[in-house]
Write a protein that binds this ligand. Structure first.
Ligand code: SF4
Length: 213
């Protein structure tokens, strides 16, 4: 879809983006608006984002959140975005309902960490408690996890963010103004949504606009 994004705002919208527990696919889809990026940049300027590498948030008009919450750092970053962004948008399935990372929610986190780091699982057997099945042909018979020494400990460096027991959608922690569904939302959906938002309107997506790879 082409089209012209007309904003009457007297200044550029300041936009911040972040990937929490996501795969950056939503960011890739935003960049897929291709040549329309030149027009978009006439109307917006990026604040903190993987696109700018700015680390500290300033006051922003729009915050685009990709990914759900899988650790304490995600929660801290999300709260910072909520505090600095006038309009907060949950972008994609991971931010909206946890998405693919939430598939670990039916597993016990402590058991998983013990199995991976401490129990030196024999890859010829299913990991009993986690239910993870070894991939045939990946590990030789009798081999243990590569790179792990016997009795190795679960990493607990204070620099490492504390994992959450469950992966959570962002609306469980902060108020979210808009939900942009998809995995990822298509480039056209990004484009139409941002244009409508800057024009002070709300985009109503039809079923054909929903995009899940
Ligand atoms: Fe990746 Fe899909 Fe999650 Fe976006 S919604 S971060 S594309 S898995």
């Amino acid at each position: 879809m082409s089209g012209v994004c007309v904003s009457q705002a007297p200044r550029k919208f300041r936009v911040a983006t972040v990937s929490l527990a996501g795969c950056f696919g939503c960011h890739m889809s935003l960049l897929d608006i291709d040549e329309r990026l030149f027009e978009l940049i006439e109307h917006i300027e990026f604040d903190r984002s993987p696109l700018t590498d700015i680390k500290q948030l300033a006051q922003c008009d729009i915050g685009l959140i990709e990914g759900g919450l899988c650790n304490a750092e995600n929660v801290q970053v999300l709260r910072d975005f909520r505090a600095h962004c006038k309009t907060l948008v949950a972008v994609g399935a991971c931010a909206i309902n946890g998405g693919l990372p939430a598939q670990r929610n039916h597993l016990d986190l402590a058991t998983l960490l013990r199995d991976v780091y401490h129990n030196r699982p024999d890859f010829t057997e299913p990991l009993h408690a986690s239910g993870v099945v070894p991939l045939a042909g990946i590990m030789p018979v009798g081999a243990s996890r590569p790179g792990m020494s016997s009795g190795s400990a679960i990493p607990n460096d204070p620099e490492l963010p504390l994992p959450l027991n469950k992966v959570r959608p962002i609306h469980e922690v902060v108020h979210v103004d808009y939900f942009l569904p998809g995995c990822p939302p298509s480039a056209d959906t990004f484009w139409r949504f941002l244009c409508e938002l800057m024009a002070g309107r709300t985009l109503h997506l039809d079923h054909d606009s929903l995009h899940y790879d």
